[in-house]
Design a protein around this ligand. Structure first.
Ligand code: G4P
Length: 264
């Protein structure tokens, strides 16, 4: 579907997750979106570590991309996108002008892996004031475009990129942020993997949040969390699955603090 739609657009707006800006990218987009202008949006910036949000912005800009930190949920940072679109599409607009085409809006498509915030972003960016064009009964058939203003139209179905991972680390990070179906993953194992990352990057955060100390192994640390949170099942055994859910939930919601698991 994306291959089909990409022909219709001038600009690819790629969303990545600020907590794992590399693992949440799908490298296929480079092939799919070649010859198109590109903007990288570091979404969920409210959940990423502010220090590393800044470093990632520099990294993307250093690669020649147009990049912006945003929070699609609150709309923070979104206003600046219109100017960035003009900048990213300058060549195209210039070409149009030379051919005598004026006022043809830039057409953009939002892409990203599941759960990165594409729908939230489109709603927030388009707002309520926008008009949906195309597919009006009896009027036109075909793609639905959201007219944002005189100079920008957005395809209203985002391009869903499958997360791509050859190595276990990347798959694990995608599971931490909830971009993979984690019903197929053993919760306790995932929680221990997350503890491994956190011990290396944010060791204090875990101790402060749960009032515990790091134990000899991650499994023992998880047991401490279970004890601290009163996670027991019927037989008065520790309920490690419940403790794992608490840890993962706290990480995903930002209650453990703003964290970035990948460094540029
Ligand atoms: P998708 O279309 O790419 O699959 O993602 P979607 O917009 O459905 O967003 C996935 C989840 O991420 C949603 O949470 C959404 O609210 C949240 N989200 C999107 N952008 C941001 C952001 O910038 N910051 C934060 N903190 N969260 C963001 P949910 O749990 O599915 O729903 P809800 O908790 O909002 O009810």
């Amino acid at each position: 579907m994306m291959q089909e739609n990409i022909k219709l657009i001038d600009l690819v707006i790629e969303l990545v997750d600020a907590r794992v800006p590399l693992s949440s990218r799908n490298p296929d987009i480079n092939e799919l979106g070649k010859n198109k202008a590109r903007i990288v949006l570091l979404n969920k910036a409210d959940l990423g570590d502010p220090v590393y949000n800044g470093q990632w912005m520099n990294f993307f800009k250093g690669q020649g991309a147009y990049a912006l930190e945003i929070n699609a949920k609150t709309g923070a940072g979104i206003k600046a996108i219109n100017d960035l679109v003009q900048e990213a599409c300058r060549e195209k607009l210039e070409r149009d002008r030379k051919r005598g085409i004026v006022n043809r809006p830039v057409r953009a498509m939002v892409v990203g892996i599941p759960n990165v915030g594409k729908s939230t972003f489109i709603n927030s960016f388009a707002g309520k004031a926008c008009t949906r064009t195309g597919n009006k009964p009896g009027v036109t058939k075909g793609k639905q475009w959201i007219r944002l203003n005189r100079s920008l139209e957005l395809l209203d179905t985002p391009g869903i990129l499958w997360p791509k991972f050859e190595d276990r680390e990347v798959g694990m990070r995608l599971a931490f942020i909830g971009s993979m179906n984690d019903e197929v993953i053993i919760r306790e194992e995932l929680a221990c993997d997350l503890l491994g990352c956190l011990q290396e990057l944010y060791p204090e955060a875990v101790c402060e949040r749960f009032g515990i100390r790091w134990q000899r192994t991650f499994a023992e640390t998880l047991e401490e969390i279970a004890r601290g949170r009163g996670c027991y099942n019927k037989g008065e055994n520790l309920d490690l699955k419940k403790a794992s859910d608490i840890l993962l939930d706290d990480f995903r919601s930002g209650r453990l603090g703003r964290m970035t698991l990948e460094r540029p």
